[in-house]
Design a protein around this ligand. Sequence first.
Ligand SMILES: NC(=O)c1ccc[n+]([C@@H]2O[C@H](COP(=O)([O-])OP(=O)(O)OC[C@H]3O[C@@H](n4cnc5c(N)ncnc54)[C@H](OP(=O)(O)O)[C@@H]3O)[C@@H](O)[C@H]2O)c1
Length: 249
Amino acid sequence: MSSPTSLEDKVVLVTGGSRGIGAAIVRRFASLGSRVVIAYRSDHAAADALSAELSGNGHECLAVQADVADPDDITRLAATAADRFGRIDVLVNCAAIGPYRPLGKMDAPFVRSILDTNVMGTVLMTEAVLPHLTAPGGRIVNFASALAYRPIPASSVYSASKAAVVTLTHAFAKELGPRGITVNAVAPGVIETDMTTKILAERGDQILAMTPLARIGQPDDIASIVTFLASPEAGWITGRTIVADGGVT
Ligand SMILES: NC(=O)c1ccc[n+]([C@@H]2O[C@H](COP(=O)([O-])OP(=O)(O)OC[C@H]3O[C@@H](n4cnc5c(N)ncnc54)[C@H](OP(=O)(O)O)[C@@H]3O)[C@@H](O)[C@H]2O)c1
C-alpha cells in the first residue's frame, strides 16, 4: 500500500479543469489522493471524459458546468462543491480566455469578455468559495501569465487581465493571511494547449529558440507547481507569483 501524501483527501476545486493546464492539474491532484471538482464552461465532452477517466481509476471527482463570467453560476458552483464534499481546501482559479486583438480592432464586448472571465471570475470565485474554505490551511492558486510582465503585440487586454491577477493575488494574500489562508499565482510562459495552437503553429520555432530549457512547456510542468503551492510544505509562501517559462525571461 502506498503511503498517504499531504494532499490526500483534500477537496480541490479547479476552474477551467476540463482541458489544457486545468486538466493536468486535476489529474495531478487526483493522483495524490485529493477529491477534485472539475469546473468547466462549455466543453461537456472533455469534462465527462476526464471525469470518467478519474472515476475509472478509483478517484473521487465531480464535474460541474459553470461560467465564471456569470455571478449566479459561480455561487451555484461553490455551493455544489461544498454540498458534495462538506468543505473546500484548495481553489485553483485556472479558467481564462486569451483572444488577441490589436489596437484599431478593439470594441467593448471584446474587452469586457476578457475582463469578466479572467478578472471578475477570479474575484467572484474567491468570494464565493471563502465561506467554505478551510481556515487555517486553505489555499488559493490563481493563474497569471508571463505576458503580465512582457506583453507582446495584440495581447494587451489579455496581458493586462493577467497583470490584474498578479495584483489581486498580492492583495488577497494580505487580507487572508491572518486567517491562515495562502494566495499565490503561477505565471506560465507558452504552454502547449488549445489556447496556444495558433501561436505555436506561427512562431513555435522562434519560441523554442528563445527557451533556455530547449523545449515547449507542457501542462504537467505547471501542474506540479500548483500542487506544491497547495501543499502544507508551501505554507510559508503567500502573495507570490511564480513565473514558469523555461527560462525565457
Ligand atoms: N497555455 C498557455 O500558454 C498559457 C500561458 C500563460 C497563462 N496561461 C493561463 O493558464 C490557464 C489555463 O490555460 P490553458 O492554456 O489550459 O487554456 P485552455 O486549454 O484554453 O482551457 C481553458 C479552460 O478554461 C475554461 N474556461 C474558459 N472560459 C471559461 C469561463 N468563462 N467559465 C468557466 N470556464 C472557462 C475552459 O472550459 P470549456 O472548455 O468548457 O469552455 C477550459 O477548461 C489560463 O488561466 C491561461 O490564461 C496559459
